[in-house]
Design a protein around this ligand. Structure first.
Ligand code: PA5
Length: 428
């Protein structure tokens, strides 16, 4: 078993095409050099690039202490945020959390939709619980988290003194401007800063991701260490650099007419890692009428729904599989004397082995069906591997945008719905 994340091109013809395409590989290397020299489009948002090496251990300790302090007095921490201010923490916590009855303390999420039912159920649930709030918004003015925070703060105020309310809130926001910063300063709320040069979807290695992950009881130092090791591995400007290769493969396939990249995983724990990946690539790539549409599937579940389309539908997609090399548990398939389901040929085998064969079989079927395949493998689902994986995706995503001549760090399209919504709501 390997110890590190890896990336490879599965489809033999694609591997040949990419390896022979020195022009494209050189362009990907050039994009990397421009980024490294701070000379690329959007270069005022490159703080994430050096983040793994620049995170101060004092800050990590402070985040851990503050998370411990908060969790020692509450049973539920509600993390309020949307988009990049939510998905990184959600991805890591969902990947690491046991599926059932893990602990008495829980991280809940709010402000990532405008669902009246969800938020009203949440408030009723929290009424008689010990809870705190971690509100995350770089701008401090995003509608969804701002409404959720208002509601949650009001509930806290109905239960506790002003001083106690302030001690149950942590705000993660801009260093100097925005409504949230102003409120936190006024009410003595503990604040962490999102660096000016780190955009929302690239912020998982700032307090935006780290505070909720630490509060959930996971090891933020290992997570950062994974990212740091990956940043070291990705420091060379050559075609062995797997971020340079992944970005080149995406561009090659896009230019060859593919419109969709599907991130496929056979491990449901990675569901929200895929959601995070979709947001990262969707907001970074999709602009100026260009870009691959990032989609995701959870196999084998989706082999019984979207699998039909992937196998036989329009040939507009390629698939990137995330394989996990080892499971935490082993579950042996029992022998059954009746054998009515004809499964005795599998008795004594582990369920993980069956899943692995399903993955191999699916890869072959999809390749035979004309879907080019890429593969990312991680040794296991742990803080370190996830740190490696996320940093790899961040760099690959930035390079992909630059190769497609877009600024991967802005999101002008997001403003359009807001304009209409505010006008319909009568905002002055
Ligand atoms: O990636 C991004 O920049 C966005 O998805 C933001 O994270 C999202 O819109 C939330 O913004 P804010 O943190 O300002 O509330």
């Amino acid at each position: 078993m390997m110890n590190h994340m890896n990336f490879k091109t599965i489809s033999k013809s694609l591997l040949k095409d990419i390896s022979n395409n020195t022009d494209l590989l050189n362009k990907s290397i050039l994009a990397f050099n421009l980024l490294k020299r701070n000379e690329c489009a959007g270069n005022d948002f490159l703080g994430w690039f050096k983040l793994p090496n620049e995170i101060d251990s004092l800050l990590l300790n402070d985040i851990q202490d503050e998370a411990n302090r908060m969790m020692s007095k509450i049973d539920y921490l509600v993390v309020v945020g949307i988009g990049g201010s939510y998905l990184g923490a959600k991805a890591i916590i969902s990947a690491l959390k046991p599926s059932f009855g893990s602990s008495e303390k829980e991280i809940l999420f709010a402000g990532n939709s405008l669902s009246e039912d969800y938020h009203s159920e949440l408030l009723s649930f929290l009424e008689d619980k010990e809870f705190g709030v971690c509100v995350i918004s770089k701008s401090g003015t995003t509608t969804e988290p701002a409404i959720a925070f208002r509601l949650l703060k009001k509930l806290l105020e109905s239960k506790y003194s002003n001083e106690e309310v302030s001690s149950r809130i942590v705000a993660i926001t801009d260093s100097s401007k925005g409504a949230l910063k102003e409120l936190a300063d006024k009410e003595g709320i503990k604040t962490y800063t999102i660096p000016d040069n780190v955009g929302g979807r690239y912020s998982v290695l700032t307090p935006v991701g780290l505070f909720p992950i630490a509060a959930a009881g996971y090891n933020i130092k290992d997570f950062v260490e994974g990212a740091r090791e990956m940043s070291k591995r990705l420091s060379d400007s050559n075609e062995e650099n797997i971020a340079i290769r992944y970005a080149a493969c995406r561009k090659y396939l896009y230019d060859a007419g593919k419109k969709i990249e599907i991130l496929a995983s056979f491990n449901p724990r990675l569901h929200f890692v895929s959601e995070w990946w979709k947001q990262l690539f969707g907001e970074s790539d999709g602009k100026d009428g260009k870009g691959l549409f990032p989609a995701s599937v959870d196999y084998t579940t989706d082999l019984h729904s979207l699998g039909q389309y992937v196998q036989d539908g329009e040939r507009i997609m390629f698939e990137t599989f995330i394989s996990v090399e080892s499971n935490d548990s082993r579950l042996e398939i029992p022998l059954d004397s009746e054998n009515l389901d004809n499964l005795n040929y599998l008795s004594g085998k582990n369920m993980g082995f069956v899943n692995e064969m399903a993955e191999k079989g699916t890869m072959k079927a999809h390749e035979d069906g004309g879907v080019p395949l890429l593969n990312i493998s991680i040794p296991s689902i742990c803080e370190k591997s996830l740190g490696e994986l996320m940093y790899f995706f961040e760099l690959s995503c930035a390079l992909s945008g630059l190769l497609n001549s877009v600024n991967p760090f802005n999101q002008p399209g997001v403003e359009e719905y807001k304009k209409n919504m505010f006008s319909l709501l009568g905002k002055k």
